[in-house]
Design a protein around this ligand. Structure first.
Ligand code: URA
Length: 237
């Protein structure tokens, strides 16, 4: 939300007063004086007028989870355990998943209450590589490498997937790096060759590798440095 809209929504100021407060440089957002009415603020921003807090800002929370197979990437499910059930954290309803995995897929999952951050991680424009370890029913041949690099046509969406990198590891196993996160993307790419994926595990997202200390079902908070690696550019209009 824009800072001028945030301030105008408060009962104590009208629009004219908000304009003046900004011109007079009396508003601080996260410790910085802000005069631009279009400056974007977030749920986590600390907003002050003459040093008096108008919004304290909620702490942002970021976790990495080793998702086990057999749980749903959703915040709620009537039948199955969800990834949020694995977290022992307060106010879990404020958290959401940055990049889902299928029921039987395991591996790195990011969970946060920061929508701006998770959008940056997941939106296709960011082209964040996601690396998967894949096992298949049939042998994977060199044809797959060139086809995936060229792109696979998905008729349902009428699109061709972005170039993906496939590294053959064995007759029926490979490592695949994709920059999108389309519905069942990896399974459908192998489906192009009528080859069923029997095991799928996400090893990394961008620069972040699944922590080898985390057993399936375990999680930990991200470090400050890990969070910063994904930080979207600041919205200063
Ligand atoms: N692609 C899939 O097909 N499934 C996943 O869980 C992730 C990527």
């Amino acid at each position: 939300m824009r800072v001028d809209r945030f301030l105008s929504n408060l009962p104590q100021f009208n629009r004219q007063q908000v304009r003046l407060l900004l011109i007079e440089k009396r508003i601080q957002v996260d410790g910085q004086v802000i005069a631009d009415p279009r400056h974007e603020i977030r749920a986590f921003s600390r907003i002050e007028l003459d040093g008096q807090v108008l919004q304290a800002g909620k702490p942002a929370r970021y976790f990495m989870l080793h998702k086990p197979p057999g749980c749903v990437s959703a915040t709620r499910d009537p039948q199955h355990p969800t990834v949020l059930d694995l977290l022992d954290e307060p106010d879990k309803d404020e958290l959401h998943i940055a990049g889902r995995l299928d029921f039987n897929t395991s591996g790195l999952m990011l969970i946060t209450n920061d929508g701006h951050w998770s959008r940056h991680v997941t939106q296709p424009q960011t082209k964040m590589p996601k690396v998967y370890y894949v096992e298949t029913e049939q042998a994977i041949t060199a044809d797959y490498v060139s086809k995936f690099a060229e792109g696979v046509y998905f008729a349902f969406e009428d699109l061709t997937t972005q170039p993906a990198e496939l590294q053959l590891l064995g007759p029926c196993c490979a490592r695949l790096s994709i920059v999108e996160g389309r519905y069942h993307q990896v399974k459908r790419m192998f489906g192009h060759f009528n080859n069923k994926v029997v095991r799928l595990h996400r090893e990394s997202i961008g620069p972040l590798l699944l922590d080898s200390q985390l057993a399936p079902g375990e999680y930990r908070p991200l470090s400050e440095q890990e969070i910063q690696q994904f930080q979207p550019p600041r919205l200063c209009l």
